[in-house]
Design a protein around this ligand. Sequence first.
Ligand code: PGA
Length: 255
Amino acid sequence: MRSILIAGNWKMNMGPKETADFFAQLEDAAHKEITGVEAAVCPPFVSLSTAFSSRKAGSAVKIGAQNVHYEDNGAFTGEISTAMLKELGCDFVILGHSERREYFGEDDKIINKKVKKALAEGITPIVCVGEVLSERKDKRHFDVVKEQTAGSLAGLSDDDLRKIVIAYEPVWAIGTGETASPEQAQEMHSFIRGELTSLFSKEVADIVRILYGGSMKPGNAGELLQQPDVDGGLIGGASLKPSDFSNLIAIASEQ
Ligand code: PGA
């Protein structure tokens, strides 16, 4: 019922030339429309145009951004608006990534404004939540994720939620090679779905996709994607290699 989303978060990697190379090397199968699987890559802003122009004609791979500002336009040096992303043709925008929270001071209030703006512009937000290691050790991980989920999605309607993707990314698993076990991922994903059910209607909570992120790669994607509430992956490191990304899409299509 929920299609799988394999989304690549390239972070501050891949300039325009590498982006063109990536699309040239992506296997033909990865470009094809696969029933029940959606694929997307989120390059840095400066590589977005190249991503659109170098993607094969008719490719099913969608393109998104890694951040956006919540104002329409104006004196916000260095920022990008949702309308600009829409003009390029972006389908997705990653919001509230732990690196934005940690290094750029983004909190749930800011993320919430960005989510609302993206929705108003018709861009699907991929809203990230997840605890750091000390919070898990202190057994506060459910509380932290509950607060981030409620804060990031504050004031949204059932109809808004339909257009949102959530990504659970335990910070201790990002870029560390350490992955949440399939059981840990399922436990938190099912908890998040429960929270969505208490904030919104059950019908909509049931159709929202919850991605897992944190060292997902071809070697562990299968068992993670088999979990009933894991509806895809937000993939950093492994999404930079065309062969790994193609493999992840193939693995998703076998689920
Ligand atoms: P990783 O990053 O796959 O390199 O751990 C995931 C993310 O930060 O979205």
